[in-house]
Design a protein around this ligand. Sequence first.
Ligand code: ASP
Ligand code: MG
Length: 425
Amino acid sequence: MKVFKFGGASVKDAEAVKNITKILANFENEKIVVVVSAMGKMTNALELVINSYFNKDGNAIKHLEEVKLFHKKIMNELFSSKSHPVFDEVNNHFVEIEWVLEEEAAKGYAFAYDQIVSTGELISTRIISAYLRQAGINNTWLDARDIIQTDNNYREGEVNWAVTTARSQEIIPSLFKDPCNVVVTQGFIASTSENYTTTLGREGSDYTAAILAYCLNADGVFIWKDVPGVLNADPKFYKDAQKIERMSYHDAIELAYFGASVIHPKTIKPLENKNITLHVKSFINPDFPGTQIGKDFQTKPLIPSFIFKDNQLLISISAKDFSFIAEENLSGIFGLFASIGVKINLMQNSAISFSVCIDNNPFKAPKLIEALKKDYKILYNENLQLYTVRHYYPSTIEMLTAGKEVLLEQRSRHTAQFVARVIKD
Ligand code: ASP
Ligand code: MG
């Protein structure tokens, strides 16, 4: 059994949906679980709906109409008969959102977010499952919420592995009935033990694929993308980005952790634990080799990989009386970061100060600074960039730092990171 994952870009329009049939045709005799994200930028569009609902700005219905129109256009292009049952199935999901929007939010933002935003995946899989069937690919639509159980930490659910494994093994193999070799399910979404919908964090569909592969002991995960594989840099920022052919789990985890957006950071660990190879491949050129990530794979070619993060905030924390920043302060400081949910991208300490670089999230960063100011003297710099280079050479660093003021720098054997700002003249 193999697990395939199609992200938003690989199902962004009718053409892309049609392309899935071509990819599946190459795997005719295999059992495949197909994990799909919301189409195109629909998760962002549904975030506008939930935000308007929550802020009561009167635009929730208008934003929802945009989501409806987007899907309607794709469905009209895929299904010639307007009485195809998929139109009703999709409409039912919209009706459910409308019910939520009519009520007052009783359980807080994160709960309402998951109930509404999860619809993107429910709808995309309805459309894709129906289209594949119409194209002659027999398949079963599976509600991922019947398989993946999380705790009730909405927007960032923690997987209950025991329940999820038991359900995966009990339910999924029985859905493959000759001639049905394909199961279509949603990435990103799950449910609590009380059957409320949760999500696994933005871009979490890769993680869904890894969870299912782990639970089913799959023999491979394939992530189909609009790039030829894992590149050593984001082609949006570096025009000479090169494809990595093979990569160790370790390198993949480090790159994902430092912010390479090609794979969700939680994806690799479950695969590594069961030694399942991850293939990152182009959905435009499915016959091209892509990148393979696996256990004893030597990363090849071993070239520097660059990760660039914009809009960084560098905070320097020192004691008000200029005493040392010691372990007891640090444990309180880390506690604050954890309770506000701020991830540290880079940190460094000296005798009297502790510096951290974080994403300048407009909700979390001001809250964190306020909380830190109660006990510490705080200085901070905004509008910075964080560069991470894995497998660097001295010349790589020179090239990247040219014309920049470096505020903080850290190098280990394989990874160099620095926080910098562009010098304007
Ligand atoms: N649709 C979700 C998101 O955009 C999950 C995913 O794409 O992986 O965050
Ligand atoms: Mg998405």
